[in-house]
Design a protein around this ligand. Structure first.
Ligand code: EPU
Length: 447
């Protein structure tokens, strides 16, 4: 749903709470469910997505689809999507800046109507987040694409398969290509494609809808266009970022959280990273738990594309570093401005220093820029409660973690960011024993 303008906002007041422990059940991820919803536009007939999370981004994406003439019914963990007979080609400007989903709709809208307009995409302020790879891919497939001040306009009577080499294995651009190539005329070959689990999940869903997709070695995906796709049904795999974040919630507070619903194979690098820091794991086919019999040790970690250490895991890890013995080094190589949340943590006493040079790993593509993408973290820091404005969805969760182990109470503003991406975070944290209260407060300038 589009948020109404308001002069007050929901804030969370968090008190120190001791150990966080208990069971958390994770559902599918925001970054998979929303893409599946876009894919469902392409099917003739109903598609069903099970194990969907109840997150703000589902509401935003549902409203976008409905504005185009696509019926969406979300009940509990199930979303049903049925494209109507007449589809609008323009995503309304009201959706400007709300999330990254409109750009993914360009290809599907071109297939359905021959033309498309999508407003400027938003998402978190974690870097430049350009859309040039998406635009160039669509152009290579024969679309005329124009970038305007309000958004992107595209036209194509029929998209054609193309050979596309991505300059960087971008998740979103690979998804744009998949969503465009499945109904294009002929074969599309993508080199240097993203292979993140959420991308593969999307490819599998499209295959269920009737698409011909081949996943080849060396980041190569081959798609042979088909004349039509049908509706399909799928159950989303558990969110690997939520799973990691709640495991960290247990570790940071000296407790133990048992996470159900996310398989070990989606957490391999995360588990090894935490185990090297001294965490002990209990891993079964149904759940994973982590505990720290002794204080954890700091570590050097570099984020990267899958199967490396996921950039979204970086924010909870950074707070955990502040509670680990000794120094830790973090090198962010996916987004140039992902450390934008560090000042909020510093205001709570986290001893984190950021650098533009590449630390803790080989030089990355940001090494000649001024982007502050490396950090040194000193542990163990004594954290204190503060009045904090959250800049983005992942930073928001980290601030909750810091508040949980801080001395004194913390007020978190901008919690809508957390609710955009995590399934019922308030209820989950409460069930783990976090002392947290919802309140209304006047909106601060800049929040
Ligand atoms: N890039 C370009 N040009 C493009 C596209 C990407 O230069 O046209 C660059 C980006 O600036 C960035 C890099 O390529 O430096 C990787 O970006 P990517 O396209 O892979 O990211 P994304 O699709 O925008 C998704 C998730 C992110 C997640 C990344 C990496 C969604 C909606 N977002 O972003 O999730 O961190 O992949 O895995 O799927 C989050 O959920 O909080 C979040 C930021």
């Amino acid at each position: 749903m589009v948020e109404p303008s308001t002069t007050t906002e929901e804030v969370w007041r968090i008190e120190p709470s001791g150990r966080l422990q208990g069971d958390v059940f994770v559902r599918g991820s925001k970054n998979a469910v929303t893409k599946h919803m876009v894919a469902a536009m392409l099917g003739r007939g109903e598609s069903t997505i099970h194990n969907a999370p109840e997150v703000g981004d589902v509401g935003i994406t549902s409203a976008m689809l409905e504005s185009l003439g696509i019926a969406v019914e979300a009940k509990g963990d199930t979303i049903r999507i049925t494209p109507g007979d007449t589809i609008e080609s323009r995503v309304p400007l009201a959706f400007t800046g709300l999330n990254r989903i409109p750009i993914l709709m360009l290809g599907p809208l071109l297939h359905l109507t021959g033309e498309a307009f999508v407003p400027l995409v938003g998402g978190d302020p974690i870097g430049q987040r350009p859309v040039d790879f998406h635009v160039e891919a669509l152009r290579a497939m024969g679309a005329e694409v124009e970038l305007g001040e309000a958004g992107i306009t595209a036209k194509a009577s029929r998209l054609r398969g193309a050979r596309i080499e991505l300059p960087y294995p971008s998740v979103g651009a690979t998804e744009t290509i998949l969503l465009s190539a499945v109904l294009a005329e002929g074969k599309t070959v993508v080199r240097n494609a993203a292979m993140e689990p959420e991308v593969i999940e999307l490819a599998l869903f499209l295959q269920r809808m009737g698409a011909l997709i081949e996943l080849s070695p060396d980041r190569r995906i081959v798609v042979e266009g088909v004349p039509r796709l049908h509706g399909a049904s799928t159950r989303l795999a558990g969110d690997r970022l939520e799973a990691f974040s709640y495991l960290v919630a247990g570790l940071i507070s000296g407790g133990e959280v048992r996470v159900h619903g996310c398989h070990q194979d989606r957490l391999v690098t995360a588990i090894t990273t935490l185990a090297r820091m001294g965490a002990q794991f209990h891993i079964t086919d149904d759940w994973i738990s982590a505990s720290a019999p002794e204080r954890l040790r700091g570590a050097p970690v570099q984020t990267g594309t899958h199967p490396g250490f996921m950039t979204d895991w970086q924010t909870p890890l950074m707070v955990l570093f502040t509670q680990a013995e000794g120094m830790s080094v973090l090198h962010e190589t996916v987004f140039d401005n992902r450390l934008v949340y560090v000042p909020a943590l510093q205001s709570m006493g986290c001893e984190i220093e950021v650098f533009s040079v590449c630390l803790g790993g080989p030089a990355c593509r940001f090494h000649d820029s001024n982007s502050l993408h490396s950090a040194i973290v000193r542990g163990v820091s004594k954290l204190r409660g503060a009045d904090v404005t959250l800049p983005d969805v992942r930073a928001g969760f980290s601030a909750v973690l810091a508040a949980a182990v801080a001395e004194g109470s913390t007020t978190l503003r901008g919690v809508r960011h957390i609710e955009r991406g995590y399934h019922r975070p308030f209820e989950q944290f409460t069930s783990l024993g976090l002392r947290i209260q919802k309140d209304q407060a006047p909106v601060h300038a800049g929040s």
